[in-house]
Structures are given as C-alpha cells and as structure tokens.
Design a protein around this ligand. Structure first.
Ligand code: E4P
Length: 276
C-alpha cells in the first residue's frame, strides 16, 4: 500500500517528503483553507505551484469546487491547464455526486465529468465515496483513483445510531453491536468494510482503478486499510508519525543506549573521525 499525505500545508508536505516514503499528496478545499490560514498564504496560486514543485514525481490531487457537470468539467480543465505544466503531477479530484440538495437532478454530473476529463487524458481521483456502487461507477467512468472516506463512514454509522464519540478513536471493522443488531449503513459495517468491498468488486472484474483509502484517523485504521487491500492510504502527518510509535520500541532504545560498551562506541567514533 502506497502512503500519500492528506494535507495542503507546504511545511507538512516538505517534512513528510523528507521521510523518503511519500508517494503522493491529496488536498481538498477544507485542507487548502486550513493551510492558507495556518501559513498566512498571500498568493494561493504561487503556493500551490510550490507544492507541485516540491512533489515533482509524485501525484498531487487538486479538487474542483463546482456542483454541476459543466462547472466541474471546466474547473478540472482549468486546474490541469494552469497547474500541471509546473511538474506534470496533477490529478483532478471530482466528487462522485455533486448534489447539494436531494432531488436537484445533478446526481450523475460527477460521473459525466469524470468521463469527459478522462477523455482529455486528465487523470481523475473520484472523491466523497461512501458506497461500493459509487466506486464502481466512478471506475467505469474512467477514474484513476477512487477515495472512500473510511473515517466519515464510521462517523455516519455512529451518528445515525445517536452515539457520542471521538472521531479519532478506533471503530471495529466488523461494526458495533447495539442490542441484537450490528450498526450498519445499508450493509456497510464500517469504513474499512466499505474499502474491503470496493477492493473485492474491483478484483472480481480486474478493474485497474486504484482504491485510495481516505479519511483515516488512527494508525490501526491504516493497518486495516492495508490488510483489506487498499492500494493507497492518504494520511494526515500526525497519523503518519504515530505509525512509528510503540512504547516498547522506546524502552528498547533506552536499553540498547544504556548497554553500549565503550569498545563498541569507539568503532563509530573512529569512523566519524575519518569522515572529518
Ligand atoms: C481525502 O482526500 C480527504 O481529503 C480526507 O481524507 C478527508 O478526511 P477527514 O474526514 O478526516 O476530513
């Protein structure tokens, strides 16, 4: 599973890049808002171009803001034309269904935009996926990535049952039992279950679209996304860093440091002196 950073913050992107394990970056309008505020960004276009330069060689997803076919298609073309020449690494993020109001007749505008942008050779990351069916249609329309939102799916299942919860806490893959019933969203028991079903459907039909697990809030969820076969996980920086944590690792380090005998240290000192 490839690791992407879920952030539009240039300093976070540089930091994650320096770890040498980063294979992509995803942004969305909320992440852009957060970064622009945190870094007091004066010129957003220049800032985005800087992100793209820093990420040369790995994909960066930029999202459209429209909520109908025409706007999304035009914005996708504009974003690609304006930003892709910088480092040739732009993917356009298109919501699967841009409707803001139930029954506004725009349900299919997402797949139409995906199809039209794909026809122009523009790679699409289809976002806001909450059902395997949405993922299937996005892939058929030509999306290169589909982004199921695991954390938000877990939120939805808990909210629908009226539960109080902390978004960062682990949610069981197999779902939560409440009385006799296991909480679910039309047969989806958790965000990770959603990812697993998409992976299975794509495998059944040899669909090459990659499953990008999004909205991951804790290390265990990242592990579970890998276990169910997600191709990519997009993760906030603090969660990437917490993937490296374990109390016993720290304890072990302290022990090894304390036990190091002078003769052993000397070997390293000699080579350090030589390097000087
Ligand atoms: C993915 O591309 C989304 O930007 C992101 O993962 C959403 O995460 P959140 O639900 O924690 O906001």
């Amino acid at each position: 599973m490839k690791i992407f950073l879920d952030s539009a913050d240039l300093e976070e992107i540089k930091k994650a890049k320096s770890y040498g394990i980063l294979e992509g970056v995803t942004t969305n309008p909320s992440l852009i808002k957060k970064a622009a505020k945190a870094r007091s960004v004066k010129d957003l276009e220049v800032y985005i171009k800087e992100i793209l330069k820093v990420c040369k060689g790995i994909p960066v997803s930029l999202e459209v803001i429209g909520s109908n076919y025409e706007d999304m298609f035009n914005e996708g073309k504009l974003l690609f034309k304006k930003f892709n020449p910088v480092a040739k690494n732009v993917y356009i993020k298109i919501p699967i269904n841009p409707s803001l109001k139930k029954g506004d007749g725009k349900k299919s505008d997402g797949i139409k935009a995906i199809k039209a942008l794909t026809k122009l050779g523009i790679p699409v990351n289809c976002t806001l996926i909450f059902t395997p069916e949405q993922a299937l249609l996005a892939a058929i329309a030509g999306a290169k990535f589909v982004s199921p939102f695991a954390g938000r799916e877990d939120d939805f299942i808990r909210e629908s049952a009226g539960l109080k919860f902390d978004k960062k806490t682990h949610f069981p893959v197999e779902g939560l039992r409440k009385g006799k019933r296991i909480l679910n969203d039309n047969g989806i028991y958790s965000g990770i279950d959603l990812i697993e079903e998409i992976v299975e459907i794509f495998e059944n039909k040899d669909i090459s679209c990659e499953v990008l697990a999004a909205s991951l809030r804790n290390p265990r969820q990242v592990r579970e996304a890998a276990l169910v076969g997600a191709d990519i996980a997009t993760i906030p920086l603090d969660v990437i860093e917490s993937l490296l944590d374990h109390e016993k690792t720290r304890e072990g380090m302290k022990g090894f440091t304390k036990d190091t005998i002078p003769e052993y240290s000397k070997i390293f000192k000699k080579s350090k002196n030589k390097r000087k």
